[in-house]
Write a protein that binds this ligand. Structure first.
Ligand code: DHB
Ligand code: FE
Length: 282
């Protein structure tokens, strides 16, 4: 049977890709950020996942403003990275898919009344690739198969935090009903507070971020009470990427504990957050 070994949530700022390409991990600007991942690498060695289900947001690569699925699930054997204009060097080998588990998730989600878009072809952007490179920095080839789940956090109306929480729960149930063996890590990418445009460009809200990180472990349902308008106000217009953290956390069932975390301001325009959460004994 498949089991969920835990969840990792992290920011996905494109500049991280350039820092990796240029080997800047020990540079004073970058060190407090990259050092946060040492604990994650140790944890990954302990829990040995072989599949990563990745909640992220497509920033205009597969879907543009004219066609925007609220939730889209990949069902391909392979996902290729494509730069959406940030100029990140194309250093990512293709990401292998797990199409059998993808189709199981899709069947199960539709049964559960989520009207998702199924993508038998899907490219992935910085929001998917950079967290993968942060988690497995030394891999010549990816040690996990992947399943991308894109949540619309770009074109309003966005799904509510409550809906993303339910999506995460449904994904968790679906994974745990997959009959073949798999050790699945859930990723949630984006956030924390940031705003890239307008008069509030550069907006960061440390108190709100830290409250979210705390509640994510102890009482994630509390975060579902925020409307997206409130999230934009409190966390910035791209701070709504917190929705991916909510979905990833919701895939974990039972008593959940925080295994590791880091919070560093700023990386580019973003408050960079990182968490590892685990339920029960793995
Ligand atoms: C930045 C952050 C993001 O989440 C993103 O998608 C693009 C850019 C930034 O802080 O530069
Ligand atoms: Fe983003």
């Amino acid at each position: 049977m498949a089991r969920i070994v835990g969840a990792v949530t992290t920011s996905h700022v494109p500049a991280i890709g350039n820092a990796i390409a240029r080997g800047l991990q020990q540079d004073p600007y970058w060190k407090p950020f990259f050092d946060g991942f040492v604990g994650v690498h140790q944890w990954l060695q302990e829990v040995r996942p072989d599949v990563a289900v990745v909640f992220y947001n497509d920033h205009g690569l597969n879907f543009f403003l004219d066609k925007m699925p609220t939730f889209a699930v990949g069902a391909a054997d392979e996902y290729r990275y494509a730069d959406e204009g940030w100029g990140i060097p194309s250093m990512f080998p293709p990401f292998p898919g797990q199409a059998q588990l993808s189709w199981h998730l899709i069947e199960s989600l539709v049964q559960d009344e989520f009207d998702i878009t199924t993508c038998q072809e899907m490219q992935v952007d910085h929001a998917f690739a950079i967290p993968m490179a942060l988690l497995w920095p030394d891999a010549a080839s990816w040690p996990v198969k992947t399943i991308p789940i894109a949540i619309n956090t770009v074109q309003h109306p966005l799904p509510s935090a409550a809906r993303c929480f339910k999506l995460g729960q449904a994904v968790g149930r679906a994974i745990e009903s997959f009959p073949a063996d798999a050790r699945v890590v859930i990723l949630g990418t984006g956030g924390l507070s940031h705003q890239l445009e307008g008069t509030r460009a550069g907006f960061i809200n440390r108190d709100f971020d830290l409250m979210c990180m705390d509640k994510l472990v102890s009482d994630p349902a509390a975060l579902t009470r925020y409307s997206n308008e409130q999230l934009v106000e409190l966390a910035g217009s791209q701070g709504v990427e917190l929705l991916m953290w909510v979905a990833a956390r919701a895939a974990l069932s039972g008593r959940v504990s925080g295994v590791h975390s880091n919070y560093h301001i700023p990386i580019s325009n973003t408050a960079a957050g990182l968490m590892v959460m685990q339920s029960g004994l793995v």
